[in-house]
Design a protein around this ligand. Structure first.
Ligand SMILES: [Zn+2]
Ligand SMILES: [Zn+2]
Length: 307
């Protein structure tokens, strides 16, 4: 057992099964990402600084068909992992694997649709075969995520952090699934505002993190402090949810200076599912739908507003 996971479970015992399940998935995703690095063609690995300055993520303009090797490896690698972690999904997973083996689905096309948030259009072939929509989303998310994490390992370090101030991921273009606060290195930066912590956004798809202004909505860019506010449960200063009255989006935020040290963001967001539920009940929507947000036990409503 990992001490970081054990600590998270002791803080949120009610979430133990789901935390342990997603920990296994997270570990498998990192291992697959390491193994898939050699599946990427050179054109994906070149970083065009001019395009980035214009706000164009690395992946935009590249066909995912050319990334089929990585996607294929991730899909085949994840089916057994998900079957072991979520045994009740095995029938769905077997159907998806059979359909894929029979060339009944274009993996690159459905992964592109998922990445672009086109949830209505994805996986029609899977669904026609009787696979539950939740299983389709889980498999597509983990397939794409493991593949793109391997790309992030190759190019992520070379992305010019100072030139990127957009609310979407510089590598894959997805909106963030969560934000976090950590110690900032440059106290004069506009990215720091109040409290001294640096705000980072985290991409659940490719795993990339990037700096972003503390009080700006990543989805619509508003900085209106009466519109972009946050809520948190009393006595839990490390956890909050930022909500935007302008675009209706919400974003969980973890303050690593207060708690959850060492817990990967992808696991911390699972530990904070009650804030997702609360925000959904209040009519806000996540910036990025994932297999885990919007579901889970509710610890009660968040109670205080700060900003
Ligand atoms: Zn990304
Ligand atoms: Zn907004």
């Amino acid at each position: 057992m990992d001490p970081v996971l054990d600590k998270a479970v002791s803080r949120r015992p009610v979430l133990e099964p789901i935390l342990r399940a997603f920990w296994s998935v997270h570990e498998a995703s990192l291992a697959l990402a390491r193994a898939l690095e050699d599946r990427w063609r050179p054109e994906f690995i070149e970083v065009d600084a001019r395009r980035l300055r214009e706000g164009v993520p690395v992946l935009v303009g590249h066909s995912l068909q050319a990334a089929e090797g990585a996607l294929e490896g991730a899909f085949r690698g994840f089916i057994p992992v998900l079957g072991d972690t979520f045994p009740h999904l095995r029938n769905d997973l077997d159907r998806m694997a059979s359909l894929h083996d029979g060339r009944g689905v274009d993996l690159a096309s459905v992964c592109r649709a998922y990445l672009e948030g086109d949830l209505s259009g994805i996986g029609r072939a899977f669904r026609a075969a009787g696979v539950e929509p939740g299983s389709v989303l889980l498999v597509l998310h983990e397939t794409l995520s493991a593949a793109l994490k391997s790309l992030d390992r190759l190019v992520g370090q070379r992305l010019p952090d100072a030139d990127w101030w957009r609310g979407y991921c510089p590598l894959c273009g997805a909106l963030p699934v969560a934000a976090y606060l950590a110690e900032g290195a440059d106290p004069s930066s506009r990215f720091l505002s109040g409290g001294g912590g640096q705000r980072y956004l985290h991409c659940a798809v490719c795993g990339h993190d990037w700096r972003f202004p503390r009080r700006m909505c990543p989805a619509c860019g508003t900085e209106d402090k009466d519109v972009y506010v946050y809520f948190q449960v009393e006595g839990e200063p490390a956890e909050r949810v930022d909500v935007c009255g302008n675009c209706g989006g919400y974003l969980p935020c973890i303050d690593y200076r207060e708690a959850w040290e060492g817990l990967p963001v992808d696991l911390a967001v699972v530990a904070m599912l009650h804030l997702d539920m609360w925000a959904c009940l209040k009519g806000y929507h996540p910036l990025m739908w994932t297999p885990w947000n919007g579901v889970g036990p509710c610890d009660g409503p968040a109670s205080s507003r700060v900003h």
